[in-house]
Design a protein around this ligand. Structure first.
Ligand code: ALG
Ligand code: ZN
Ligand code: ZN
Length: 312
């Protein structure tokens, strides 16, 4: 196993920034998990800039350490984790970008490598789900977001960051017995948004529900719905309150704290996680790397969950 650069030997601010200072994918014979960047933000409806997230999150990840006490695991000892670099997507053509992402994700997974992806805007979840469902069939989805992202079109366009999960249901790549949004809040276009969403099969745990019920009850309810199904986790960083994630494109007041979200993610231990993404970090609106640090810790916990599952 090739682990991260030892920060007691080489200062953590020195050298190139791979995720958690891990080796690059081309430096290992095989990776059980690859952290891959998708620098794409052509699907946004408001502030652009998520194309710069992969490099910002890698920079913020320099401070991660090898033992995760929240999950009692040293993920990089247990499985081979590597930085898969960035998928080179066309910023001028959303349709082509979606195909490129599905293709690249499929090729990586064909080698038996699981992916934790750093977006990019939320458009990228669709091709990533298409790629995991090619292997696992329809997957359960846990979608952390202030927004539903099940709208139909924006300006008549079907592929945007507000529409990936409606397209995914239409594709038949989600197991609609077990698809949930967590952390939704904020104004909608109309009540119909919620009716449409329910018709697609989604369950909703709003941001207020999380606050009222607390982390443990929230986790119990989610786990029950997911059971042993293959599970994909998509984390839009705007699920966090703007105080915890100012660096994002469509911020909404009244969100979760990073502590609550990390605890909910850790509560997924033991589930059949098959892939995950962290999207919508827009570094230009960030302050003191608050958002990139949160995203790097979420990616680390997702990698840790995979390490617990895949490692022996
Ligand atoms: N941040 C994501 N993924 N979607 C937000 C879309 C909200 C809107 O423009 O109406
Ligand atoms: Zn969102
Ligand atoms: Zn979203």
């Amino acid at each position: 196993m090739i682990g991260p650069v030892d920060s007691s030997q080489v200062p953590r601010y020195a050298g190139p920034a791979t995720f958690a200072r891990l080796p690059r994918l081309d430096q290992v014979a095989h990776a059980d998990v690859a952290v891959v960047g998708v620098p794409f933000d052509t699907g946004v409806s408001y502030r652009p800039g998520a194309r710069f997230a992969p490099s910002a999150v890698r920079e913020a990840s320099r401070l991660l350490r090898p033992y995760n006490p929240g999950l009692d695991v040293s993920p990089f000892d247990r499985i081979q984790v590597a930085d898969g670099g960035d998928i080179a997507v066309n910023p001028f053509h959303i349709g082509e970008a979606i195909e490129t992402i599905e293709q690249a994700a499929s090729e990586l997974q064909a080698e038996g490598t699981r992916l934790v992806t750093i977006g990019g805007d939320h458009t990228i979840a669709l091709p990533l789900l298409r790629a995991v469902s090619r292997i696992h069939g329809p997957v359960a989805l846990l979608h952390f977001d202030a927004h539903l992202d099940t709208w139909d079109t924006y300006f008549g366009e079907p592929y945007t960051h507000g529409t990936p999960f409606r397209r995914a249901v239409e594709d038949g790549i989600l197991d609609t017995e077990a698809i949930s949004h967590v952390g939704t809040r904020g104004p909608l276009y109309g009540k119909k948004d919620l009716e449409d969403d329910r018709r697609l099969g989604f369950g909703i745990v709003t941001s207020s529900d999380v606050m009222r019920r607390g982390v443990d009850e929230t986790v119990d309810a989610l786990r029950q719905r997911i059971g042993s199904r293959p599970l994909y986790v998509s984390i839009d960083i705007d699920v966090l309150d703007p105080a915890h994630a100012p660096g994002t494109g469509t911020p909404e007041a009244g969100g979760m704290t990073s502590r609550e979200l990390l605890e909910i993610v850790r509560g997924l231990r033991g589930l059949n996680l098959v892939g995950a993404d962290v999207v919508e970090v827009a570094p230009a609106y960030d302050h003191a790397d608050i958002t990139s640090v949160a995203a790097s810790h979420l990616a680390y916990d997702l990698v840790s969950l995979l390490a617990l599952k895949e490692g022996q």
